[in-house]
Design a protein around this ligand. Structure first.
Ligand SMILES: *Cc1c(COP(=O)(O)O)cnc(C)c1O
Length: 453
């Protein structure tokens, strides 16, 4: 009987995505053409993305309807649970009320299918045959490969070489879904060949892999490009997380004082936080909103707010964002999903407006927090998510110190079942902390494009 009731709760999935562009006090700066400089129009993006996604990219409509075929697939794992971390609260002996939204229950174990499914749907609608993309640790590649399998699209994944070699299981997962995986930099593209000519042993980076995928998409009319974070439409799709959380907090008769998520490109952060930021912007609430970055790749906290390219070969449009420079090679921390030189333009814009905060966590502190969380709650977080866990624990201990009970929510963006080697390395004291690489960032920032905007 109770099973039936659960299945019937399907209508608790949001019917719309929330577009924060409708509530911004001032619009985010325009996207600029990579070659010629002036703001780009929809036609400039058409070789890379289907028109529906381009429309979403620039839309100022507050709510955008989620197509039924996408909701039908969401129904397999959504709504995701909002848990109260009572055993963690007890272990910390804190008066804080700690909640977490668990995105790790999706089939591939992270929030990323929320946008992968939507992107595959719109591409299929427009008659696209193949999607090209990049992946770091493989979370995004496996999400898009799954979504392409659902909609009958071919999928080419350029996987950062160091992950391709060190993390064979996610590569195996991507291939099991029928996608092809190429270690990047590769000989398949001009961008890859140029990097290999300079450095035949290059271990690759997300910026290089993006260049390769964009080049493949731009040179084939049947292939389009798909990105797993950063862009406005990606952040939009992820808002199902925060909208569900709003309703779940209503059911729990509570409301978060602090909203926390890790931030690599910014999509799981935006997904949980934007519906709460919107409430703040409309004067309906006053939560603190905190993005957590790795100390080794501190884009919001230490980066420059400037126009930059999304990729190493400078094939993408230029966006205004917090950046460490498009040629920056982040240190090899285990949170592969947080190793990106830039930050979502919408997240960067909100940070400049003072609507959100940002902080950093070292990877050994992040793993220590992840282990403490696992022992209390039974879930092994993804290395990326550990950064949010660490900040939630810091906030909870602050409550204890001050003797006040605040409500804290964080996004548990994924589980860490494919990352056990990192946990084993941590247990054997093999993980090291990397300080902010000042000189490498300065060198990369010296190459920022010259834009007067
Ligand atoms: C990819 C990934 C991230 C980082 O990407 P965002 O776009 O910043 O969310 C965080 N957590 C998990 C589990 C991921 O797979």
């Amino acid at each position: 009987m109770s099973t039936v009731k659960y299945v019937l709760s399907e209508d608790r999935i949001p019917k719309v995505w929330y577009n924060i562009q409708a509530d911004l006090p001032e619009p985010a700066p325009p996207v600029l053409h990579p070659g010629t400089g002036p703001p780009i129009g929809p036609d400039d993006l058409a070789p890379l993305f289907p028109m529906q996604l381009i429309v979403q990219e620039v839309s100022t409509e507050k709510f955008i309807e989620i197509p039924d075929p996408v909701r039908d697939i969401y129904r397999q794992w959504r709504p995701t649970p909002l848990f109260r971390a009572r055993r963690l609260e007890k272990a910390l002996d804190t008066p804080a009320r700690i909640y977490y939204k668990f995105e790790g229950i999706s089939p591939v174990g992270s929030h990323k299918p929320n946008t992968a499914v939507a992107q595959a749907f719109y591409n299929k609608e427009e008659g696209v045959k193949r999607l090209a993309t990049e992946t770091g640790a493989g979370q995004w590649g496996s999400s898009l490969a799954m979504a392409c399998a659902f909609f009958g699209l071919d999928c080419d994944v350029f996987m950062v070489r160091v992950s391709y070699e060190q993390k064979p299981y996610r590569r195996g997962l991507i291939e099991a879904f029928g996608a092809s995986v190429t270690p990047s930099p590769s000989n398949k593209t001009n961008a890859g060949r140029a990097i290999l000519a300079q450095d035949p042993d290059s271990r690759g980076s997300l910026g290089i892999a993006i260049s390769e995928a964009v080049e493949v998409a731009a040179s084939d009319p049947n292939t389009k490009y798909s990105l797993g974070s950063v862009l406005n439409h990606v952040l939009l799709h992820q808002t199902v997380i925060g909208q569900e959380a709003l309703e779940q907090f209503e059911m729990a008769d509570d409301y978060p004082d602090v909203v926390i998520a890790c931030a690599g490109g910014g999509s799981n952060f935006a997904g949980l936080a934007f519906p709460f930021v919107g409430k703040n912007l409309r004067g309906e609430a006053g939560s603190r909103i905190v993005a957590v970055e790795p100390a080794a790749c501190p884009t919001l906290t230490k980066g420059t707010y400037a126009y930059d390219f999304g990729d190493t070969a400078h094939l993408t449009p230029m966006v205004k964002m917090h950046t460490l420079g498009s040629s920056f090679m982040p240190p090899a921390i285990h949170a592969g999903g947080l190793r990106y030189h830039g930050m979502a333009p919408l997240v960067s814009h909100l940070f400049e407006l003072g609507a959100i905060e940002a902080t950093t966590v070292h990877q050994t502190d992040a793993f220590a927090a992840g282990i403490q969380f696992a022992r209390a709650e039974g879930i092994i977080p993804a290395p990326e998510s550990n950064h949010a866990v660490a900040q939630a624990i810091t906030e909870a201990l602050k409550c204890k110190e001050e003797g006040v009970s605040r409500s804290i929510v964080f996004n548990l963006s994924g589980h860490g079942h494919f990352d056990m080697q990192a946990y084993m390395d941590y247990a054997q004291n093999k993980l090291k902390d990397y300080d902010y690489p000042v000189e490498a960032v300065e060198a990369a920032l010296a190459g920022l494009p010259n834009v007067d905007a």
